[in-house]
Design a binder for this molecule. Structure first.
Ligand SMILES: Nc1ncnc2c1ncn2[C@@H]1O[C@H](COP(=O)(O)OP(=O)(O)OP(=O)(O)O)[C@@H](O)[C@H]1O
Ligand SMILES: [Mg+2]
Length: 483
């Protein structure tokens, strides 16, 4: 059950009475105002809380501290709301604030969310259909819904209120955020991933980005249903995981890399010992034999940091059958390649790149960051020997996330790594509602890995790699217009 009502999530501003659209004179405490004392919403829909609201809030907080020891004592949030409402109303009256019924409810919700939750964004966090919440300073809150970014009318009062929410998130984790350490990665108790960055680094006020944790992680059937992959590709990639190929998932920010990694990890046979290594544990493996490792940032004195690279090195001494690394973004790339080339097959990871080819360049750059001096050719040889398959994903213009390319690494030719595309996304049209129509099509090339897959005892249907006729895999469009 959501703790708070969702009336101020709606992109529409809550209705204010006609009267409120007129600017009212500021009121002194002695003379009750004849006119409404606040202009709740500016012309652009921005909400400005009345200054006296702060005082009401403080009174409520004082009451809570004095009278209420715990939420349990009250029997839950509903009872708490019931008990607080009269005090809140009295507080408004004492402050001579005249507000409409809608505003009163709005302010009350805001206050409850402020005291017990994560402020004005709490209702957004409560909703399962919102996948990301992005606070860009106090007056701009975006959400991601169905793959699309939407600006909401949710506002914080000021920078201090955003900071307060950030502190509420990071303090229980023993982290802090202030001018000296103005960036922090954290997690909500439900596992949602949080990043906060504040001035002076962030110029427009404190920013907060929350990637909501899916209680019910996406499965391969979901990806097929969404059109992110085809059943044929799903069959192929499952075979690749079982046959212990080393697979890299490549894509831009928020393209669905971790989700794909999680799906791939789901194909790992249950008797394998899996070690996962992550920045912030997001993977949700269902197998029984999984050891989860998470990096540790330095403490306030700048000590005690354990990097992804340290964990990769350590994991090699843990007798892993599979190493799954959430994302390679530093020198650990070299250790990982070396692990893959020394008998740790079947490893899976993700990295940031825009095409399969670029992802190999990126690994090269990351290896150079490791500080170990290796000639470029030697690095490329290591990459070519270690990486078997690159799955490229992308968030398309219409908000859908799709596998757009699956390329196999074949080896070296001269100084170059040779790859071949096995599957590529083909767009065939755009629907009236701007949805992109198309599907992942086989290029007709047979993978070299077929042999390894056969050795693992898997027989793939012979026609899996036959190129489809144009549009054969597409969802059935109703109204289409040409590309
Ligand atoms: N195929 C998909 N179809 C629909 N939604 C998806 C798909 N894949 C991922 N998502 C959703 O997209 C959001 C981002 O996914 P994910 O965390 O996997 O991306 P990412 O590439 O790992 O992001 P980052 O670069 O920030 O680590 C999540 O809310 C996830 O549930
Ligand atoms: Mg990720």
């Amino acid at each position: 059950m959501a703790l708070f009502s969702d009336r101020f999530i709606k992109a529409d501003k809550p209705q204010s009475s006609k009267q409120h659209e007129k600017t009212a004179a500021a009121t002194g405490p002695a003379v009750p105002p004849a006119e409404p004392a606040i202009e709740a919403f500016n012309a652009d829909g921005r909400y400005t809380a009345p200054p006296a609201f702060k005082q009401v809030r403080e009174e409520l907080q004082k009451f809570l501290i004095d009278e209420v020891k715990s939420l349990a004592e009250l029997g839950g949030i509903a009872q708490l709301r019931q008990r607080l409402e009269p005090i809140f109303n009295k507080g408004l009256a004492d402050a001579h604030l005249v507000v409409s019924r809608t505003e009163r409810a709005y302010l009350f919700d805001m206050l409850i969310a402020d005291i017990f939750g994560y402020g004005p964004i709490q209702p957004l966090l409560d909703r399962d259909d919102i996948s990301e919440v992005m606070v860009n300073g106090p007056h701009q809150v975006y959400i991601e819904q169905k793959g699309k970014l939407i600006l909401t009318h949710v506002k914080f009062i000021d920078d201090a209120q955003v900071l307060q929410v950030i502190e509420r998130i990071v303090t229980p984790l023993g982290r802090r955020i202030d001018e000296a350490s103005p960036m922090v990665d954290a997690r909500l108790p439900d596992g949602s991933r949080v990043n906060a960055i504040i001035p002076p680094l962030s110029l427009g006020g404190p920013c907060l980005t929350i990637r909501k944790f899916r209680k019910d992680p996406l499965k391969i059937e979901d990806l097929i249903r969404f059109g992110s992959v085809t059943p044929e590709f799903a069959q192929f990639i499952k075979a690749c995981v079982i046959a212990k190929l080393n697979i890299f998932v490549s894509g831009g920010t928020g393209s669905g890399k971790t989700t794909m990694l999680n799906v791939l990890s789901g194909f790992i046979p249950i008797d394998d010992r899996v070690v996962t290594i992550e920045d912030a544990a997001e993977l949700q493996l269902q197998q029984p034999h999984v050891v989860r490792l998470e990096k540790r940032p330095a403490n306030v004195e700048g000590k005690g940091e354990v990097t992804i690279r340290d964990l990769v090195v350590n994991s090699l001494r843990m007798r892993p059958d599979r190493i799954v690394i959430g994302e390679v973004r530093g020198g650990e790339a070299l250790d990982m390649l070396q692990a893959m080339n020394t008998g740790h097959d079947g490893s899976l990871t993700t990295l940031h790149a825009n095409t399969a080819r670029e992802s190999l360049n990126r690994i090269e750059t990351l290896v150079l960051m490791s500080g170990v001096e290796l000639p470029l050719r030697a690095i490329r040889q290591q990459i070519a020997a270690a990486v078997d398959m690159v799955i490229q994903i992308q968030r398309l213009r219409d908000g859908s996330r799709r596998v757009v390319q699956c390329a196999e690494v074949l080896g070296m030719e001269g100084d170059m790594i040779v790859m071949q595309d096995l599957f590529v996304f083909e767009q065939t049209g755009i629907r009236e509602d701007d949805k992109i129509i198309g599907a992942l099509q086989s290029t007709g090339l047979r993978p070299r890995a077929s042999e390894k897959i056969a050795d693992a005892g898997i027989t793939l249907p012979a026609n899996l790699f036959e190129p489809k006729r144009r549009g054969e895999n597409d969802e059935k469009p109703q109204n289409t217009r040409g590309r």
